[in-house]
Design a protein around this ligand. Structure first.
Ligand code: TXA
Ligand code: MG
Length: 319
């Protein structure tokens, strides 16, 4: 496969230093996080942020998540109130993004926030990502490293397949541990809103925040994860399938006959980690076998199963 001039960087100090250097030059680098790979650029540079939108083919109105190494660094760009502090103490670093009011003098490119007076902030836990954040020293803007509307990448190879030739490099961290994007919350002392289900399940959050308010007002799109046709393979996706159609590519969960499985033992954490890889693999298999459809077994709608079903529903949405 020819990935143009996109370099694959090794998961060591040399790779981290090179990634930080490319970011300082305003270039784009695919970086591993514990959720999915990010398409990273300097969040203070208009040029770098414009390149992110261009490389993804992303609609301009979608703001970007800013990645930082510490709560102190987050407080330099955003204002954390009581609930935000509680959530940060409990879940950062980890698969949680918080939408917070911008702080004066934040220094971010206006392209990052798409002109909003809030900013989405996340402290990733992945050691390579943390190494790059510390070496680079400035906030990093990073949407998922896939072309807009396509499946999110959970390996360096997925990033190269989608964006090879359009970005300077990918830091190879192997497969992502969580496998689903971060959960996005808008914390408020009067009631925290859930903007996107993700790698941190609702059951872990609600003991701290009280019941989350789900914000899915149609037309009031807060997060591109809320656009209906998202995470889409090329083949048609059908959900809650009994997996009886042998002409389709069949994706199982738990004990069943299938071409591929999210988790043979029916484990939701394993299914989350495998979700995007399995969708990539199912789509490749559909192409090779000339199958028009991908059929997926039912997934229990609890814990990480809700975020999995959210992504699958979008993958199956008409387009
Ligand atoms: O796990 C993740 O969150 C990954 C890794 C790379 O960190 N990133 C990711 O980014 O999924 P992206 O760009 O694909 O999704 C970011 C989401 C979008 O749905 C965007 O609309 C929302 O964050 N967002 C960003 N800023 C926002 C804001 N100020 N208000 C509401 N939503 C915001
Ligand atoms: Mg995305």
């Amino acid at each position: 496969m020819d990935y143009g001039n996109t370099d694959l960087l090794s998961p060591d100090l040399t790779g981290i230093a090179r990634a930080a250097q490319l970011l300082a030059e305003g270039q784009l680098v695919g970086l591993p996080t514990e959720t999915v790979y990010g398409l990273a650029g300097d969040a203070t540079s208009d040029m770098a942020c414009a390149r992110i939108f261009e490389a993804k083919g992303r609609p301009r109105f979608n703001p970007l998540i800013v990645h930082l190494p510490s709560i102190e660094a987050a407080e330099r760009i955003a204002i954390l109130t009581g609930t935000a502090h509680d959530l940060a103490a409990a879940f950062w670093p980890g698969p949680l993004t918080m939408v917070l009011p911008l702080r004066n003098g934040h220094g971010l490119s206006p392209l990052v926030t798409a002109g909003l007076d809030t900013v989405a902030v996340r402290l990733p836990a992945h050691p390579l990502m943390r190494g790059v954040m510390e070496a680079f020293g400035r906030p990093i803007a990073a949407p998922s490293a896939n072309p807009s509307g396509r499946i999110s990448p959970t390996t360096a190879e997925h990033v190269l397949n989608g964006l090879g030739g359009r970005i300077a490099a990918v830091l190879d961290g192997g497969p992502c541990g969580v496998g689903l994007e971060s959960t996005i919350l808008a914390p408020a002392d009067a009631g925290t809103r859930l903007l996107r289900e993700g790698g941190l399940p609702r059951e872990a959050i609600e003991p701290l925040t009280g019941p989350l308010v789900t914000d899915t007002t149609p037309g009031k799109v807060q997060a591109p994860g809320q656009l209906s046709s998202h995470y889409a393979p090329r083949a048609l996706v059908r959900l809650n399938s009994p997996l009886t159609d042998l002409n389709a590519i069949r994706v199982g969960f738990g004990p069943c006959n299938a071409d591929l499985t999210l988790s043979a033992s029916g484990d939701l954490i394993e299914a989350a980690a495998n979700l995007f890889s399995t969708l990539h693999a199912a789509d490749d298999l559909a192409r090779r076998k000339h199958a028009a459809e991908i059929h997926i077994a039912p997934i229990p709608d609890k814990g990480l199963g809700r975020a999995i079903n959210d992504r699958l529903t979008r993958a199956a949405a008409p387009r």
